[in-house]
Design a protein around this ligand. Structure first.
Ligand code: CUA
Length: 333
């Protein structure tokens, strides 16, 4: 009976291990690297793991030998050399080797991107990400919760925060970096293959910390240039009578006090820029798919989806108004 009880949690643990390993192939895994820094960090992990496994096997082997194979006590000088050798000399050599291997990577991981590289400003806010691509003159692109990058090019992120400390982390592309109010940190990343990856906030920052993620789309350089050119454009005019009504509602309800839609009167700087919101993959910082149903759900009850979000609820709107607003926003590609 006791034995049965003992096995159950162990098999449950095994299952947990398997499911968490299955997650390692995904869009958010440091073990499936897609960036130059991530490759180095993954190699470091495997070398450290191999070192730990070898040491574990040796220790368990010696313990087994002493317990089951040769139980005779050692004489005192042999015991002394075993303790000095196994307790001091070998750990010093092994740890020094592993530490040297790890430290040797630092200069390259911390080096800034070459002059002229793409620069992207990302600011952490409770609980979303403001992303800004500076262009020539006063052309710029601003969006939220989505970053697009050209493959094979180094990019420099300028990371800041508007409220509390957040941490910017795209496990597939590289290491994490804190976002600290009043300070600008830099992080260089270089994606090595195209794909859609996921980034997260890696520092507890309040009620909806776990709901603060974003998508990173790595594209061919030509596709990226075309995307960026579109993002720099002002918003498209509404394409249907329903969307036109949505634009008027957007102005009447005062949405523009918090949100910007470039090319219209909406110029608020509190919430995310919505100029091209319809072209984004997700809503509410990686929380849900960007479609009309979720747009309406978010406008109606944002705090139900994201506790303590600053966006006020518009659940008093009749369904027809919600339909019009979401049609307008969905059309802002
Ligand atoms: Cu932002 Cu955790």
């Amino acid at each position: 009976m006791i034995r049965k009880n003992y096995i159950l949690p162990r098999s449950a643990l095994g299952l947990l291990g398997l499911t968490s390993m299955a997650g390692c192939d995904g869009a958010q895994s440091a073990l499936a690297p897609a960036g130059r820094a991530a490759v180095q960090i993954a190699n470091l992990f495997w070398v450290m793991l191999a070192g730990a496994v070898v040491i574990w096997l040796v220790v368990i082997g010696l313990a087994t030998y002493a317990k089951f194979i040769n139980r005779k006590p050692h004489d005192s000088w042999r015991a002394k050399y075993l303790i000095i050798g196994g307790g001091v000399v070998i750990p010093t050599i092994v740890l020094f080797a592993l530490l040297s291997y790890g430290l040797a990577m630092l200069p390259d991981l911390l080096a800034p991107a070459p002059a002229g590289s793409l620069r992207i400003q990302v600011s952490g806010l409770q609980w979303w990400w403001r992303v800004r691509y500076a262009g020539e003159d006063d052309r710029f692109a601003e969006l939220a919760n989505e970053i697009r990058l050209p493959v094979g090019e180094p990019v420099e992120f300028e990371l800041g925060s508007a409220d509390v400390i957040h941490s910017f982390w795209i496990p597939s592309l590289g290491g994490k970096m804190d976002m600290i109010p009043g300070r600008q940190n830099r992080l260089r990343l270089e994606p090595l293959r195209t794909g859609v990856f996921r980034g997260v906030c890696a520092e507890y920052c309040g009620a909806s910390h776990a709901l603060m993620s974003f998508y990173v789309v790595v594209m061919e350089p030509d596709d990226f240039a075309a995307w960026l050119a579109t993002q720099q454009q002002p918003a498209q005019a509404p394409a249907s009578p329903l969307a036109e009504r949505g634009e008027i509602l957007f102005q009447q309800l005062g949405c523009g006090a918090c949100h910007s839609i470039r090319g219209t009167d909406a110029a608020g700087g509190v919430g995310p820029d919505l100029t091209h919101v319809g072209g984004r993959l997700s809503l509410a910082a990686g929380l849900v798919k960007n479609d009309r149903e979720h747009l309406q759900q978010w406008i109606r009850q944002p705090k139900q989806m994201k506790p303590e979000a600053l966006m006020p609820a518009f659940d008093m709107l009749p369904p027809g108004d919600l339909e019009a607003l979401s049609a307008y926003l969905e059309g802002l590609k």
